[in-house]
Design a protein around this ligand. Structure first.
Ligand code: TUI
Length: 320
């Protein structure tokens, strides 16, 4: 077995790699491509109705019999129905985001699923371990979309030393050096989202991809803190309006209203005016559209990982 002691055995993949579940972006096309390339492709339920999710799972299964994951977004109005779908469709790996999946974990485990909650704090990671999660995905606030408070540099090692289940690192990883860094900080796997927006097989609108390609470092902004659900996006006319609305009267209500449907407008229609272009901070370094298999291979290119680690070993004057 390659990659000993990683999540490969748990999730049945060649590489200890999970493709981030990005609402509307992570559909059967992207997930199947990543699974076929040796990572864990993930379909994101987001706020989509159960019928859409069921169709995507069927489409993926027509393309490949490799393992895949379903990301259940816990703020979805359809969350209870999506949770049921997980058993009905016998989803191999279920990943949760944007909340505490306490109410579902036991039943998913009984149904034979591998369960991996995304966490943004030590407390939730420890609770998930007690609830029987197979591993946790520690997502630092460099990530795109809905985020917590802590950055990867602190969150990954803190959670790795607080739980006895594997920790998958997420938030800011886009290349082999990032993969090496994550493993140095205690991770047993990585989740990569933003870079896969630029996969050829990703069906997101060409203008969404173009926005990621052009993104500068300072284009990454956080909106909606006032709602209690902060969201990292790229600078846009809607983001500016959201930033203003936050400080106005009834800020939370205004922000919720402006944000409604805005991700779908960006991903499906490339709506530059009214769309929310969610992406991680690393968008500034993701600038090439390429096949998903090439992205997977670059992330785990042994020479690139070795080069990153060797540079550190040499500079720090320690033996390999
Ligand atoms: O879930 C994500 N990223 C997302 S979900 C999403 S769709 C959306 N659209 C508009 C508003 C909100 C969501 C877009 N991006 N990442 C996983 C993640 N989960 N990041 C942070 C968390 C998290 C945060 C707090 C998980 C649990 C938590 O605490 C919950 C609790 O109650 O303790």
């Amino acid at each position: 077995m390659k990659y000993p002691g990683t999540i490969c055995e748990l999730i049945g993949t060649q590489y200890p790699l999970i493709q981030g579940g990005m609402a509307w972006v992570s559909d059967a096309s992207l997930a199947a491509a990543v699974s076929m390339a040796g990572g864990l492709g993930v379909i994101a339920a987001g706020n989509a109705p159960p019928e859409w999710v069921e169709t995507q799972v069927k489409l993926l299964r027509e393309k490949t019999d490799k393992p895949f994951g379903l990301n259940v977004m816990l703020l979805s109005p359809y969350v209870a129905q999506i949770a049921e779908l997980v058993y009905d469709l016998k989803v191999p790996v279920v990943i949760t985001g944007a909340g505490n999946p306490d109410a579902y974990v036991r039943r998913w485990k009984e149904a034979g699923c591998v369960v991996a909650p995304v966490v943004a704090s030590r407390a939730l990671a420890m609770l998930m371990e007690r609830m029987g999660a197979d591993f946790v995905i520690a997502e630092g606030s460099e990530a795109g979309g809905h985020i917590g408070e802590l950055t990867s540099m602190v969150l990954w090692p803190d959670i790795a030393r607080s739980v006895n289940i594997p920790v998958v690192a997420a938030g800011g990883i886009f290349d082999a050096a990032g993969v090496a860094a994550a493993f140095c900080l205690g991770a047993k796997g990585v989740q990569v989202g933003t870079r896969f927006i630029l996969a050829e097989e990703c069906t997101a609108h060409a203008d969404y991809k173009e926005r990621v390609v052009r993104a500068k470092d300072i284009d990454s902004k956080v909106t909606g803190r006032i709602t209690g659900h902060p969201v990292r996006v790229l600078r846009s006319p809607l983001q500016r309006e959201l930033a203003g609305a936050e400080y106005g009267p009834d800020g939370a209500v205004a922000v919720e209203k402006l944000g409604e449907g805005s991700l779908m407008r960006a991903v499906l229609h490339g709506d530059k005016e009214r769309g929310s272009f969610m992406a991680g901070q690393c968008a500034c370094m993701c600038n090439q559209i390429q096949p998903a298999s090439e992205i997977v291979q670059e992330l785990f290119d042994p020479a690139a990982i070795k080069a990153a680690l060797s540079k550190a070993i040499t500079s720090l004057e320690v033996d390999a």
